[in-house]
Design a protein around this ligand. Structure first.
Ligand code: MV4
Length: 449
């Protein structure tokens, strides 16, 4: 039984994880940098340990310091949250070897999914639909031209070690192939220490749809519905929802079936997300995230489950109640707006002191945040400071409640992305559910959705 959890993270997710631990009677240990001494996650936790200076390499990515904090506080388990060390196989290994329970998947699965080429290779073997492409690394311009000729332009070059949109280049004709291949390989080598790239047919107007999965150590796997995460800016999600406003029941069942089958084949354990591009009625697997995701609350709202609780139960070896979970039925509709401390016009970070602070409430509104009056938003970390999550019987009601919530929300002293969210929520195409992965960037540039 897990009695004390060290939360190896900061911000809203550290607060979020603490809350579930509190519900389960589990004590928590916060770790923090010198810049976060007064952070909400530190105030809430039962104990806290300062693990280093403000820079992430000295604090939230400092593996030995985190393990030492777990040792001195007598924690049983470590929850990595998202970002930071959550998808670092070496860290997962180190946690286990130091005698703690890692609240997350096996290191082998983290490693496999961190390599996009290996992940796609597995996907094909496991019957997941993938985008036509090179099916492996591409080393020469002549090979790249051959593949592009076969699948047709435009194509996209992606870094094997990339993911989340980093290290990608679209190639529209054969004349630019040689240069773009070279640039992508060089950039990948510099950014990830791994210059391998692969090629896919470029989809022009896809949507991003992902399936939440949950698996225990006894071979039980369930899906917890899908999330529509199409509205992104520079590969950062801005607004997510569940269910997707675009899928029909047949499509939904199809993507759930392939996702569950693949996880069974993988012997996956924990929560995971299968990401797909969706275009013209077809799904294409692109990657799997082996962590709890930022947008997990929309899944919690429609399923009534607490995903952090499920992670903890699975980590201590409990069997999923398959009778109950096998019939997890999503009900209603949930939307999440990510609120960043940033200028809503030029998107520059806006750290500083929060002066006024008033949180929205009422039916169908949930706030996952790390703010309080007079708190500081340090400049060193992710600008996302709050998530507003709405819930309604249907999408229309979830939108109305989200509008109410973002209007009520007062965050004084810093700029936030609340004004952008207000504009999105009034947009005709958004309301119709008519958009693709390029829509939000176009809208921000002053164009149509
Ligand atoms: C693509 C694509 C079009 N065609 N792959 C971006 C993040 C990474 N997870 C995959 N991404 C894309 N891969 C092919 N073959 C377009 C994107 C893409 C995108 C995907 C999901 C959400 C937002 C996006 C924004 C731009 C590009």
């Amino acid at each position: 039984m897990i009695k004390k959890v060290l939360i190896a993270n900061r911000g809203e997710i550290a607060v979020r994880i603490h809350r579930t631990c509190r519900d389960m009677g589990i004590h928590t240990v916060a770790v923090h940098s010198t810049a976060d001494s007064d952070a909400l996650h530190v105030k809430m936790a039962n104990e806290s340990v300062c693990i280093g200076n403000a820079s992430v390499s000295e604090s939230y990515l400092n593996m030995p310091a985190i393990i030492a904090a777990a040792e001195v506080t007598g924690a049983d388990a470590i929850h990595p949250g998202y970002g930071f060390l959550s998808e670092n196989a070496k860290f997962a290994q180190m946690v286990t070897e130091s005698g703690f329970t890692f609240i997350g998947p096996d290191p082998e699965h983290i490693t496999l999914m961190g390599d996009k080429i290996e992940a796609l290779k597995f996907a094909e073997e496991a019957g997941l639909p993938t985008i036509p492409g090179s099916g492996g690394p591409v080393e020469s311009a002549s090979r790249a031209l051959e593949i592009a000729e076969k699948i047709g332009y435009p194509v996209i070059i992606k870094a094997a070690a990339g993911g989340g949109g980093r290290g990608m280049k679209v190639v529209y004709d054969k004349d630019s192939m040689k240069d773009l291949l070279q640039v992508t390989m060089t950039e990948a080598k510099a950014a990830f220490g791994d210059g391998r790239v692969f090629i896919e047919k470029y989809l022009e107007k896809p949507r991003h749809i992902e399936v939440q999965v949950l698996a225990d150590k006894h071979g039980n796997v369930v899906h917890l519905g899908e999330r529509e995460c199409t509205l992104q800016r520079r590969h950062q999600k801005v607004l997510e929802e569940s269910p997707s406003p675009t899928l029909n029941d047949e499509e939904r069942q199809r993507v759930f079936d392939v996702s569950i089958n693949a996880c069974k084949k993988l012997n996956y354990v924990g929560v995971g997300t299968m990401e797909f591009l969706y275009e013209k009625g077809e799904f294409y697997f692109i990657e799997m995230n082996t962590r709890l995701q930022v947008e997990h609350p929309v899944t919690e709202q429609v399923t009534g489950l607490d995903l952090v609780r499920q992670q903890i139960l699975v980590a201590q070896g409990e069997k999923l109640d398959i009778v109950k979970l096998g019939n997890v039925k999503a009900r209603g509709h949930s939307i999440e707006c990510r609120i960043n401390a940033e200028n809503p016009d030029n998107f520059l970070p806006s750290p500083g002191t929060v002066t006024d602070y008033f949180t929205p409430g009422g039916p169908g509104v949930r706030i996952d945040a790390c703010l309080y009056p007079d708190c500081k938003v340090p400049p060193y970390y992710d600008p996302m400071v709050s998530k507003v999550i709405s819930y309604g019987n249907d999408r229309k009601q979830a939108i109305k409640r989200m509008r109410r919530a973002v209007e009520e929300y007062i965050i004084g002293g810093i700029d936030t992305s609340l004004p952008l969210h207000k504009r999105i929520l009034e947009n005709e195409s958004f309301i119709k559910g008519d958009f693709d992965v390029n829509s939000l960037e176009r809208f921000i540039q002053g164009g149509n959705f």
